[in-house]
Design a protein around this ligand. Structure first.
Ligand code: CDP
Ligand code: CDP
Length: 222
């Protein structure tokens, strides 16, 4: 069985991380959530109470050790040994993550770590620039898209489950703004790689979406 690199990119709420998790279990692959890494840096930055300006990036990154580890609650994100899986999903972090991710120094350091984590293959990595920048030679690249309304409805369900009351309209406006910021930044913008397969999952269930990844991967692995 070949150990390939599977690159999943796409806008916020397009089902990348949930479908990647399921597909990685079915394939016996490691799942790497690069969004969680950018969120971890952002979390650390806010904890240090420094302004979100690139001149502080080196200091923040030097003081931030990020680990992605499996815990009893599933995949966990750790900063300096502390489990921050919940903290990195707060509205404060979500609001600040795009400006932090647009910084050249931050991207350089995160991409370095991601290449190291994925170099042996047998990984599914999801983010915005995996197929274009992190692993331009990945054997399988998928670019997921879905209607913003459905993405907002999906996110609202998650937030309601966490006890947060937000309207679909508010979430939709936030994800459209974040996608715009991520797509228009100068360095490694959110963009479909020329050789990526685009899949619109607006009408797809999570099972269908994850099965699609497994199906495409199996054509290359066996
Ligand atoms: O899960 P959600 O779509 O909300 O976002 P995420 O995948 O956790 O990513 C959070 C943010 O990190 C994105 O909005 C991007 O600004 C940034 N990001 C990035 O720039 N490059 C990546 N490879 C992954 C995430
Ligand atoms: O990682 P990304 O931001 O692309 O999206 P996600 O966090 O994997 O998915 C956002 C939400 O949509 C999750 O609650 C998924 O369970 C849900 N989802 C869905 O209902 N149907 C799909 N086909 C894909 C995702």
């Amino acid at each position: 069985m070949k150990k390939i690199i599977i690159a999943l990119d796409g806008p916020a709420g397009s089902g990348k991380s949930t479908s990647a998790k399921i597909a990685s279990e079915k394939l016996g692959y490691i799942y790497i959530d690069t969004g969680a890494m950018y969120r971890a840096v952002t979390y650390s930055w806010l904890q240090m109470e420094l302004p979100i300006e690139e001149k502080y990036a080196e200091e923040v990154i030097a003081k931030t050790t990020i680990e992605l580890k499996i815990t009893e609650n599933g995949q966990g994100t750790f900063v300096n040994g502390q489990d921050v899986s919940k903290e990195i999903r707060t509205p404060e972090v979500t609001k600040a993550v795009s400006p932090v991710s647009a910084m050249g120094y931050v991207r350089e350091k995160m991409v370095e770590q991601q290449r190291e984590m994925g170099k042996g293959g047998g990984v599914i990595m999801d983010g915005r620039d995996i197929g274009t920048v992190v692993f331009p030679n990945a054997e399988l690249k998928i670019f997921f898209v879905a209607d913003p309304e459905i993405r907002a409805i999906r996110r609202q369900k998650e937030l309601i489950a966490k006890g947060e009351n937000v309207t679909v309209e508010e979430i939709k406006a936030q994800i459209i703004a974040r996608d715009k910021y991520d797509s228009e930044r100068e360095i490694s913008p959110l963009k479909q790689a020329d050789d990526a397969i685009m899949i619109d999952n607006t009408q797809m269930s999570l099972d269908e979406q994850s099965n699609k990844i497994v199906e495409l991967a199996k054509e290359l692995i066996f």
